[in-house]
Ligand binder design. Structure first.
Ligand SMILES: Nc1nc2c(ncn2[C@@H]2O[C@H](COP(=O)(O)OP(=O)(O)OP(=O)(O)O)[C@@H](O)[C@H]2O)c(=O)[nH]1
Ligand SMILES: [Mg+2]
Length: 251
């Protein structure tokens, strides 16, 4: 883990924070609320980051890994586990400065056509109209890369991306690929990600975790970190201690 050297000059801000600090921030995550429909979601006035992607891609597991909490989000090898929009609040000393949203996955074959259509509507409405949404993390299984459904989502998001919405493709389950395969899918996905960021990630091997945490921190704190004593200490010191070993994917 690398550490940025602290800038202690008064009145300055840190534009770079180290991954330990970002992980400490992620670790503050706590359950906020759950909703089956958009109109049940409370308005929030802090940046909101949505985790989206195909069913079973690893969205809930990524949230648990990033927040270093075993069961904050419901993860399961049975696809379709997440059926609501679940919000988690982030921020030190109980002061919420960002929200993570875990969304149900799409593309799960066993769901009825009506349920699929209903969910697509809810998700698109959410992505199009949620005012607090500042970033979207699209999780993709690197063995599939970006599928047609992922491309459709990216297309739908494009107008908001052009207006400044941040976009990150996380290639989960990187542990299932060799280094050479990882490098290949990374470069292919960079070409398809419409100018968004792309990162390799493994909940099992803790690959890319600090890197993604740093990126999310910066997106939620574009002004940087005030140089003050109260923000200098991370909430956790060893980020690898309490992370769940996810079950092996069946597919
Ligand atoms: N090997 C490996 N398995 C993973 C990884 N991330 C997730 N998984 C497994 O993939 C399966 C699905 O994970 P979830 O996090 O529930 O997936 P999801 O995208 O939230 O799924 P839905 O809620 O159904 O949309 C679980 O069995 C996880 O343990 C990873 O990085 N490596
Ligand atoms: Mg889930």
């Amino acid at each position: 883990m690398t550490h940025a050297s602290p800038d202690t000059a008064p009145g300055k801000t840190h534009s770079l924070i180290d991954s330990k600090l970002a992980m400490g921030w992620m670790h503050t995550a706590r359950f906020f609320t759950t909703a089956a429909q958009l109109n049940q979601l409370p308005k929030v006035d802090v940046p909101e980051i949505a985790f989206v992607g195909r069913s079973n891609a690893g969205k809930s597991t990524a949230i648990n890994t990033l927040t270093q909490q075993k069961q904050l989000a419901f993860a399961s090898k049975k696809p379709g586990r997440t059926q609501h929009i679940n919000l988690f609040a982030l921020g030190k000393q109980g002061v919420t400065d960002a929200v993570l949203a875990d969304l149900p996955g799409y593309g799960y074959a066993a769901v009825s056509r009506e349920d699929k259509a209903r969910w697509q509507r809810v998700m698109l409405n959410y992505l199009m109209s949620r005012e607090s949404l500042t970033a979207v993390v699209l999780l993709c299984d690197p063995r599939l890369g970006m599928t047609e459904l992922d491309e459709a989502l990216l297309d739908a998001l494009r107008p908001r991306v052009e207006q400044g919405l941040r976009f990150l493709v996380v290639l989960t389950k990187a542990d299932k690929l060799t280094r050479a395969e990882q490098a290949k899918i990374l470069s292919i996905t960079k070409l398809n990600a419409g100018g968004g960021e792309v990162r390799l990630f493994s909940a099992l091997k803790k690959q890319g975790v600090g890197d993604v945490a740093q990126l999310l921190w910066h997106w939620c704190h574009p002004e940087g970190l005030p140089v003050a004593g109260d923000t200098a200490a991370p909430a956790v010191t060893d980020v690898t201690d309490d992370v769940e070993k996810p079950e092996q994917n069946q597919s």
